[in-house]
Design a protein around this ligand. Structure first.
Ligand SMILES: Cc1cc2nc3c(=O)[nH]c(=O)nc-3n(C[C@H](O)[C@H](O)[C@H](O)COP(=O)(O)OP(=O)(O)OC[C@H]3O[C@@H](n4cnc5c(N)ncnc54)[C@H](O)[C@@H]3O)c2cc1C
Length: 461
């Protein structure tokens, strides 16, 4: 990056908060997208770490003047290459905007700086005896701003929904440098178009989120976890919509196939409590009393038995519950070295058994396997395309396209969680008409007339 830009960044953020050597910047060029499919980062970059929205605004105004790309960077845990700079860029690391976590007990809201990590926010809210924030989406190191612009999902969305459902207000630095407030501590707001919800899920392309207001809820005093095993995936996946139809809404309804269970056990040494079965479900319930939870667990167990469950076990103690969640959280590390890509298709929850069947057939056709886990209560599954002899297999593009087309056949989405970013943009036409894509591009142009913010995310320029 040329010296004029380096000096300007030092002038705005201070000498200590600018990195211009490639060796110092290395940790800021890539996210968690699998190395076999991520684009190559442009190394002609500079990393700047502003301390507030005003400094960000100054940086953006300068970038517009000089036509330099800007890439905001959160925790770098994204899985779609969205934080990887493709053009010479000013990378704005938001790590210093991490001071505020302000709980407003009267209105049941929390105001958070964008650079606070998910782990830090959860820890703070968990300490509060009566308040609860359902956002448990993404990697612990993800930042709040990153979670909002990726509209993250995660394990606990069945009962409370995804990030979008909890955001009430945003402070945003627009791509033209103005600082604006969207929404607020309002439960109702129908004035004009809803720009806040456009910003949520915008993948860094429409503005830099600097503050977020989330809605808080009352904490339930009890939780319970139930696991069940099945001989086949059809029974396991079919029972979940039946349970929801009975009016039982768990916090989470997760699916793991046997390949996942074996791989996690082998990789971590952790023990899965159930012996037999080819497909497994994990239900997490919360409620006011133990009696209520036992009642619901029994009804879930009965439903599972009616779908030929082999075993149903209730984990009551917090130690047992933690062990199950820890096991579930190891899917990604267990497969990490073998992955080409984890897809994140979603369909209507009742169609999960059909799509699992189709995906398994497609994998067989290519003489491979596609381990499947997922948030089946949300209709969202993660199926993995694996390496062959350590390499991306020659059929990768073909099998992936076939799998995404299958999601389309069921009226689904290419990406339920990870976002379009850079690695899924070529599939926009699978899900949207030309006119819809044209409208989206028009929105980008209105927000960002010089196309400086995250160019190459969602669309080619
Ligand atoms: C192990 C693991 C588990 C995961 N589990 C889930 C899951 O369950 N559900 C799920 O949905 N995702 C999951 N993810 C994906 C990831 O955690 C989420 O996408 C998360 O929202 C990314 O946040 P981040 O701060 O790391 O963003 P980054 O990766 O840093 O950035 C992502 C995009 O957001 C932009 N950006 C970052 N901060 C801001 C900001 N303040 N304002 C504007 N733009 C910004 C960046 O420019 C980039 O375009 C997982 C990832 C890993 C590695």
């Amino acid at each position: 990056m040329n010296i004029e830009v380096i000096n300007k960044m030092k002038e705005i953020a201070g000498e200590d908060w600018v990195l211009s050597d490639l060796s110092q910047m290395a940790g800021y060029l890539y996210d968690e997208t699998e190395p076999t499919i991520r684009p190559k980062a442009n190394e002609d970059c500079i990393v700047v770490k502003p301390q507030n929205a005003l400094e960000i605004s100054e940086i953006i105004k300068y970038a517009n003047e000089k036509s330099i790309s800007v890439v905001p960077r959160g925790g770098g845990t994204g899985l779609s290459g969205a934080a990887i700079p493709l053009t010479p860029s000013i990378i704005i690391s938001l790590e210093r905007l991490n001071n505020t976590i302000e709980i407003d007990e009267e209105n049941l809201m929390v105001t958070v700086d964008c650079g606070v990590t998910l782990a830090a926010l959860i820890e703070k809210i968990d300490k509060h005896e009566s308040l609860f924030l359902p956002v448990h989406s993404g990697d612990d190191g993800a930042q709040i701003g990153g979670l909002v612009v990726e509209n993250a999902g995660g394990v606990r969305a069945v009962k409370h929904g995804i990030v979008r459902n909890h955001v009430k207000g945003l402070e945003v630095v627009l791509p033209t440098g103005e600082i604006v407030q969207m929404g607020g501590k309002l439960l109702k707001n129908n004035m004009g178009y809803d720009l806040m919800h456009l910003m949520i899920g915008s993948e860094g392309t429409l503005g830099i989120v600097t503050k977020v207001i989330f809605k808080l809820y009352s904490k339930m005093s009890n939780t319970m976890t139930l696991i069940a095993s099945f001989d086949n995936n059809k029974d396991a996946a079919s029972v979940v919509p039946r349970i929801l139809q009975q009016g039982i809404t768990p916090l989470a309804a997760e699916y793991l196939d046997k390949i996942n269970i074996e791989k996690i056990s082998e990789h971590t040494g952790l023990k899965w409590p159930l012996q037999d079965g080819n497909a497994f479900l994990i239900f997490i319930l919360d409620g006011e009393s133990e009696d209520e939870l036992f009642g619901k667990s029994e009804r879930i167990a009965e439903a599972c038995e009616s779908y030929n469950a082999l075993e149903c076990v209730i984990a009551e103690s917090s130690k047992e519950q933690r062990a199950i969640l820890e096991f579930r959280s190891k899917v990604y590390p267990a497969f990490c070295d073998e992955l080409v890509e984890t897809l994140d298709i979603a369909v209507a929850p009742s169609l999960i058994p059909d799509i699992i069947d189709d995906l398994t057939e497609i994998a067989k056709k290519y003489n491979t396997i596609t381990p499947i886990c997922g948030h089946v209560g949300d209709g969202n599954i993660h199926n993995m395309i694996l390496r062959v002899n350590g390499e991306k297999p020659p059929y990768f593009e073909e099998i992936k396209l076939e799998m995404l087309q299958t999601a389309m056949k069921y009226g689904g989405t290419v990406t339920a969680e990870h976002g379009t970013g850079k690695i899924k943009k070529k599939y926009m036409g699978l899900q949207y008409s030309d006119r819809e894509i044209e409208i989206m591009k028009g929105i980008k142009r209105v927000f960002d007339p010089h196309n400086i913010l995250c160019p190459g995310n969602i669309f080619d320029n």
